[in-house]
Write a protein that binds this ligand. Sequence first.
Ligand SMILES: Nc1ncnc2c1ncn2[C@@H]1O[C@H](COP(=O)(O)OS(=O)(=O)O)[C@@H](OP(=O)(O)O)[C@H]1O
Length: 345
Amino acid sequence: MRLGRPAAADTMCARCPGRGAGAAMSPRPGGGAGRRGSKGPARKLLCMCSLFSASPTCATLSRAGSPGSRGGGGSTTSTTPDYGEKRLPQALIIGVKKGGTRALLEAIRAHPDVRAVGTEPHFFDRNYEKGLEWDVMPKTLEGQITMEKTPSYFVTNEAPRRIHSMAKDAKLIVVVRNPVTRAISDYTQTLSKKPEIPTFEVLAFKNRSLGLIDASWSAIRIGIYALHLENWLQYFPLSQILFVSGERLITDPAGEMAKVQDFLGLKRIVTEKHFYFNKTKGFPCLKKPEDSSAPRCLGKSKGRTHPKIDPDVIHRLRKFYKPFNVMFYQMTGQDFQWEQEESDK
Ligand SMILES: Nc1ncnc2c1ncn2[C@@H]1O[C@H](COP(=O)(O)OS(=O)(=O)O)[C@@H](OP(=O)(O)O)[C@H]1O
């Protein structure tokens, strides 16, 4: 089976009423009304233009492109023997960038009934036009689950429709993390590659004296989880999506992995016995990764030291995210308690 060339104009902008072109919202999947209703609450919140321009903590919103995620993460493709059949992924880790997706993938790969590629395939965003023949999925045996992780899917407007059209029963996993910390982590990654970029404080605002946050900056926009989730809920029921706490994945990896295994219908094989806390790394590490019998922590690009950010900027960002976080808690039925956190790393 080969994928047809995807339609060029498969998206359409839904605009904020009464605002100019700069207020274009996220494209609506399928070129029109979504499958499960039209405007969701996060989109409505973003469309409350007058409220936005009046509020100093509100952002100026312009349509940002799908922020790409860098690939890899240091891990290599699985070394398990290459037998079985290539299948479309039955489970995908779709986000979020800098949420803890690599840690989750490496942990679930320790399960004998899971096969996954180590690199990020980006099949449903960057490589979709290459068709299924390009597919990089590993071979799996009957009863094994094929998985992939590409964190940029969560914020790619076309991804839900594409995944639904090819794998409508796929289970989706989203690792979420306090959006403020996530934004700083995202910035830290960019800074490591481009040390000349402006400070976080500069990039975070359209107009700092007015307190106008720049939500078109992908580091900020990715963290508006409610907005992106609305896009997915046009195609997938909530029951098909698992939200993993990026914070608990660090403090209680076995607990989060129990939920993941239950969600995937797997026996709870990855347990506390698989993890140990590495003091030097400052994170839990795997005692026995899938492709090695030696204990291994994630690479240097995971668990970076973040630059110190002006506390006033953190405070403003917290205020900015709060209504979206609350909406996200309501949509998912889970309270991630990001408002309770006293300090960002
Ligand atoms: N066990 C373990 N070891 C190391 N790091 C861990 C672990 N569990 C979660 N994390 C957090 O994962 C953050 C990176 O997230 P991702 O893997 O999703 O990043 S990426 O989008 O694939 O680049 C990374 O973010 P930073 O700390 O900002 O580097 C970590 O906080």
